[in-house]
Design a protein around this ligand. Structure first.
Ligand code: SF4
Length: 442
């Protein structure tokens, strides 16, 4: 258990100097107790106090890394239960299962191809989970070697036979895979293998109580780079267990559960697997091991992940500016929208689909959408007129026509006065752009 705010307060200098960014030492102590501040923010704290407070200042969930060099998946280090309170720090890593009975090379080709681009962001799956489905240690070793030669992705090595893990590990030891899993029967040997290789170790039990006991035993053996599996497989039970682990770690500062987690999909129907994966990803799973390699199932899941792990207090923005779509020329249409990423890329996609080379002005609204920007005085006739001028659009095109979003048709008159340009009111939704362009510019 961590210290309370008052217990922490006793160790602080009590000068209320505000250097930490909090108005008083007590406020800082409370923030520290809730995992919302770091002890380093107080420059005057004594070494003795640092020592005493080290457990309170450690993140409630340990940061655990899988991989090495530039290719590291970080997990844990979370401080929140609800994303709207602050943000979640490390997106759930998605691992795709490859059994050692599969055609490993062929499956790796498929996995390597799971790359997506959406709204200017790149999505991919980060890990490959190599499973000792054959039960034969030699087969796992061969599969790991084949996989290592085929991909740069990080690995989870799955076998509860410590000797099989030990045998397969050398082929990828320098890539620091996640070892899955220590259980009540093999934990001593698995911990030795993990310690010896410096790889993170998953801990699997049959329920939360057994998990707590097992984690304490492994920590007592001197190893803390752990990832927790409470053993449940039914979706609602996994979610209940994951929620309990997160709550105990974040709210109660229960160190035994202060580690990242791993969960597995087990549905055979692909649509059901997607639903299950979405639920597990949403509820505190750090590594999600899946079966499907279908792009049409993974893209929505990875899009959801991207939304969930975005800082809700920071709008996702693109650079404000003038964007040429296709081989834009002096006769190309000019559209304008805001620099909210989702809006911009929707508009860009639709403008691109018109096959008419065009320009898009993304006006700096601080990354908020058209109507919100209008309501907040950030997407105004003055700002659009200024953007036209500052971006030198009058030197790029010889016409003087600009398309504004239909949702802010009300800006037409004022923008014409401010800019001297003719304003065309475009469709309310970006999905209407192609039809609009055909009628206006084809
Ligand atoms: Fe107190 Fe340290 Fe914050 Fe100053 S910087 S107010 S001494 S906690």
């Amino acid at each position: 258990m961590g210290l309370t705010g008052l217990e922490i307060f006793k160790h602080l200098p009590k000068t209320n100097c505000k250097k930490c960014g909090f108005p008083t030492c007590l406020a800082f102590a409370m923030a520290l107790a809730n995992g919302k501040a770091s002890l380093e923010a107080c420059p005057d704290v004594s070494d003795a106090a640092k020592e005493a407070l080290s457990s309170a200042s450690a993140p409630p969930i340990r940061l655990v890394k899988v991989g090495a060099g530039d290719n590291v998946v970080e997990m844990g280090d979370e401080t929140e239960i609800f994303r709207h309170d602050k943000k979640f720090n490390h997106p759930t890593a998605v691992a795709i299962t490859v059994n050692d009975t599969d055609d490993v090379a062929a499956k790796l080709d498929t996995i390597n191809d799971l790359n997506f681009e959406r709204v200017g962001q790149q999505y991919t799956v980060e890990m490959v989970a190599l499973v000792n489905a054959s039960g034969d240690a030699a087969k796992l070793k061969a599969a790991v070697e084949a996989a290592a030669a085929k991909t740069d992705k990080n690995f989870v090595l799955i076998s509860e036979d410590a000797a099989a893990i030990e045998g397969a590990l050398p082929a990828v030891a320098d890539r620091k895979p996640l070892i899955y899993a220590a259980n009540k029967d093999n934990y001593e040997k698995m911990t030795e293998v993990a310690k010896g290789s410096g790889c993170a170790l998953a801990v699997k039990a049959d329920n939360l109580n057994e998990l707590a006991e097992l984690v304490d035993k492994i920590v007592a053996l001197g190893y803390k780079d752990l990832v927790l599996d409470p053993g449940s497989r039914d979706t609602s039970k996994v979610i209940a267990d994951m929620t309990q682990i997160r709550r105990q770690a974040v709210r109660k500062k229960f160190r035994t559960f202060g580690y990242p987690t791993i969960a597995f999909t087990n549905k055979d129907d692909e649509q059901e697997e997607l639903l299950q994966a979405t639920a597990l990803l949403s509820k505190f799973t750090s590594v999600l091991v899946m079966k499907t390699v279908k792009k049409e199932l993974l893209l929505p899941l990875l899009s959801w992940r991207s939304n969930l792990f975005t800082d809700p207090q920071k709008p996702v923005a693109v650079e404000p500016g003038l964007h040429a779509i296709g081989d834009a020329s002096e006769n190309s249409p000019v559209y304008c929208t805001t620099n909210f990423s989702l809006t911009y890329y929707l508009v860009e996609g639709e403008v691109d689909a018109t096959r008419i080379p065009s320009y898009i002005i993304s006006v700096d609204t601080g990354g908020i959408s058209v109507l919100t920007g209008y309501a907040d005085n950030k997407f105004t006739a003055e700002k659009i007129a200024k953007a036209i001028k500052d971006l030198g659009v009058e030197d790029k095109v010889k016409h003087r026509k600009i398309v504004i979003p239909g949702a802010v048709a009300v800006l037409k008159g004022k923008l014409e006065d401010e800019s001297g340009w003719e304003v065309l009111v475009g469709p309310r939704e970006s999905s209407g752009i192609q039809k609009f362009a055909k009628s206006q510019f084809a």
